[in-house]
Design a protein around this ligand. Structure first.
Ligand SMILES: *Cc1c(COP(=O)(O)O)cnc(C)c1O
Length: 428
């Protein structure tokens, strides 16, 4: 028995499924998850001493790769000054100003501890501001695990093929309406019928939680126009795409200004941080300035703020996003070539360093299309890629990430291994 297998046996007795977040358990691809001993740059090393080129990157936060020296220094020097105060500190103001500078629509911001908290609070605020209750989300989009969003959700919910979660009151779920992503006509039809009941439309501007799905030209502009016409708020959930698909996130890339934005992942540089922000007239409704209550013991934590600041500052280097996108495009092209060589249908894409590949001829416009991909082949491929030292997300319905620590040589090595692994998967 390997050390990872031993740890997983122990874990299963004390942690549900042996993990603290469902997809980590490898249920969709089979096998035992490896337990990590350490990580540096683009690589993870497991407790058995095996090393992997990492394309999960902690599911998004680590745009600089693991243990980046500048972030490590920032965390160290912040921790030396104490790691939580329960009183304001300068780093909170600095990070808020930096976010506003990068995303001008986020004029005011509130920091929380996770993406889940950010979307939950943003929805409460939208409901309070509009005095309406219904929210529209899109099938296969994941907005964290708050009750209102666990309806046709992506990420682990999609990976495990779960119906909507038990424990979510039907009365609450009935306030969440879902439609297929990229289906402008269906959204128009819904607004015609129920526009004055809709508090908010929440969307992952590029879907990254049912694999990678790009928006079609005009989709978000149509959402913006419909929201404006009906007094509904547009929430961009940029927990994954923020500072990932470009310096100003998806809103900059797409040229669409949301009313509210939710952030997480990169904004904390790998520490637990989330944020929601946007129009000041809305944000001024948040307590203590307004009546919409939301609070947090560790919110604005000085160590987490320092990690976020150090991470974002590194991404300001000239050419940072261009280089990342170039390497990601190279990886995706390599995967497409490999699949063609093995006569496996494939649909792949990327935005910035967020990428995904489905084993289907496509096109993949929405979650229904994504589910047509060959998940059984993906599972065999995943096992083969792991054996060859490449760590992809253990699900056909999760996106991949490239960090600035991935070199061209890492990418070329990865393509060769992924190609060979596809041969293994088809043979086995
Ligand atoms: C990861 C994610 C969340 C949830 O963030 P947590 O920090 O895991 O709670 C919400 N929305 C999107 C788009 C995400 O990718």
């Amino acid at each position: 028995m390997s050390r990872s297998e031993e740890l997983f046996e122990r874990a299963k007795a004390v942690l549900p499924g042996g993990v603290n977040s469902p997809v980590r358990a490898f249920r969709a691809v089979g096998g035992t998850p490896f337990f990590v001993a350490k990580a540096e740059g683009a690589r993870l090393t497991d407790v058995d001493g095996k090393s992997y080129v990492d394309y999960v990157c902690s599911w998004g936060p680590l745009i600089l790769g693991h243990a980046h020296p500048a972030v490590l220094d920032a965390i160290r020097s912040a921790a030396e000054r104490g790691w939580t105060y329960g009183a304001p500190c300068e780093a909170e103001v600095e990070l808020a100003e930096l976010v506003r500078c990068r995303m001008p629509a986020v004029e005011m911001v509130r920091f929380v501890n996770s993406g889940t908290e950010a979307t939950m609070a943003a929805l409460r605020l939208a409901r309070a501001a509009t005095q309406r209750d219904v929210v529209l989300k899109f099938e296969g989009c994941y907005h964290g695990h708050a009750d209102s969003f666990l309806v046709k959700a992506g990420s682990g919910v999609a990976t495990l093929g779960l119906p909507d979660s038990p424990g979510v009151p039907a009365a609450l779920a009935s306030l969440t309406v879902t439609l297929p992503f990229n289906d402008t006509l269906a959204v128009e039809e819904l607004f015609r019928r129920r526009g004055d009941a809709l508090a908010a439309v929440i969307v992952e501007p590029y879907v990254g939680n049912s694999g990678f799905i790009a928006p079609e030209a005009g989709f978000h502009a149509a959402l913006r126009a419909l929201c404006d016409r009906h007094g509904t708020l547009l929430i961009f959930d940029e927990v994954m795409t923020g500072f990932r698909v470009g310096p100003g996130g998806a809103q900059e890339r797409l040229g669409v200004r949301p009313d509210l934005t939710t952030l997480g992942k990169i904004i904390g540089g790998g520490m637990p941080v989330g944020a929601y922000g946007g129009r000041p007239d809305l944000m001024r409704l948040v307590a203590p300035e307004g009546p919409v209550y939301q609070a947090g013991t560790l919110a604005g934590n000085p160590v987490a703020m320092a990690a976020g600041l150090a991470t974002l500052r590194q991404t300001e280097r000239v050419g940072f996003y261009e280089a990342l996108e170039r390497r990601t495009a190279r990886l995706v092209a390599g995967i497409v070539d490999a699949a063609r060589r093995h006569a496996v249908p494939v649909t792949a894409g990327h935005a910035g360093s967020l990428w995904g590949a489905y084993f289907t001829a496509g096109p993949v416009r929405n979650f229904t299309d994504a589910k047509r991909s060959d998940a059984a082949l993906f599972a065999r491929w995943h096992r083969a890629t792991l054996a060859r030292g490449v760590f992809l997300a253990p699900s056909a319905f999760e996106a991949g990430f490239v960090s600035s620590a991935h070199t061209d040589a890492d990418i070329d090595h990865t393509i060769a291994q992924l190609d060979a692994a596809l041969g293994d998967a088809l043979a086995g």
